[in-house]
Design a protein around this ligand. Structure first.
Ligand code: ZN
Length: 286
């Protein structure tokens, strides 16, 4: 069954992919694939290192005339998502992925294919093995557990790589180069407050920024859409201490999911006077 895949061009790439897909490699169960890629590097006679986390690093000198060029790291992850259809009889702990060629597509028979990121791993394997592709010194970095926590990448220690350029081969498009990406960070901030009664003549308001389109922080960040958090804080800052809306105390809440660009945000304010029509008009944003 996998023979049809092995016959595809470029043969080196598809054969490495088929070899890799014969090895079970669920996230957090990567012992066998770590061993597989370690043996691959050692068989080629290349310096091969497995770090404490289980990441594998294989270094290959630059080809003739390119030995002194800046080293480049090529990165991909060894683990894959193991999932199968309900009616598929398959044991991910022991079975290799059964692949087929369907028109222009390589598919798996009733399971996930492991192209994420197996095709990246196979690409790097092909370059490490090649004798006819000119390249600078290479540092192949195969990380573990990308799919369920990125623990391999997080636990990668400094000092193992010399490269200043890294190409991440984990992408969805084969005809695009991405030279940057949105970062993400989770912040948990906690604080205490003491409540107090509002003084006489003070009114409470809830100010809301809502109805924005929202979007994904990774794939739609470049579309210039409004971020309710930013808009809300801009409104609060610009009006702080002004006659139209003095804001002696406030609380801001917003956001729904991680990776989401905040679409609703609200703030509780108290003020002696109503926000002026100018304020409400100025911020009538959709
Ligand atoms: Zn991936």
């Amino acid at each position: 069954m996998n023979e049809a895949v092995r016959a595809l061009e470029p043969k080196a790439l598809w054969n490495h992919f088929a070899d890799l897909n014969a090895v079970p490699r669920a996230s957090k169960k990567e012992e066998r694939v770590i061993q597989f890629i370690k043996e691959f590097g050692e068989k080629l006679g290349l310096p091969t290192h497995v770090d404490e986390a289980g990441n594998v690093i294989i270094k290959k000198p630059g080809t003739k005339g390119k030995e002194r060029m800046t080293p480049v790291a090529l990165q991909s992850h060894l683990d894959m998502v193991h999932q199968k259809n309900n009616d598929t009889n398959f044991n991910f702990d022991t079975d290799g992925i059964k692949m087929k060629v369907d028109g222009d597509w390589v598919k798996a028979d009733g399971t996930t294919l492991g192209a994420d990121n197996g095709i990246g791993v196979a690409t790097i394997m092909s370059i490490l093995e090649s004798k006819d592709i000119p390249h600078p010194p290479l540092e192949a970095l195969f990380t573990i557990d990308e799919e369920t926590g990125m623990t391999g990448a997080f636990e990668l220690k400094g000092g193992l790589l010399d490269a200043h350029i890294m190409l991440n081969l984990d992408t969805e498009d084969d005809d695009e180069l991405t030279i940057g990406c949105a970062g993400g960070v989770d912040v948990t901030a906690t604080g205490k407050y003491a409540s107090e009664a509002a003084p006489q003549g003070i009114k409470g308001y809830r100010l809301a920024v809502k109805g924005l389109t929202g979007g994904h922080s990774g794939t739609e960040i470049h579309l210039g859409r409004g971020n309710a958090n930013k808009l809300m804080n801009r409104i609060l800052l610009e009006n702080e201490g002004t006659a139209s809306a003095s804001l002696p105390s406030r609380a801001v809440a917003s956001g729904t999911r991680s990776h989401g660009k905040a679409s609703p945000a609200s703030a509780c304010l108290r003020t002696r006077c109503r926000p002026s029509p100018r304020t409400s008009k100025h911020y009538a944003i959709r």
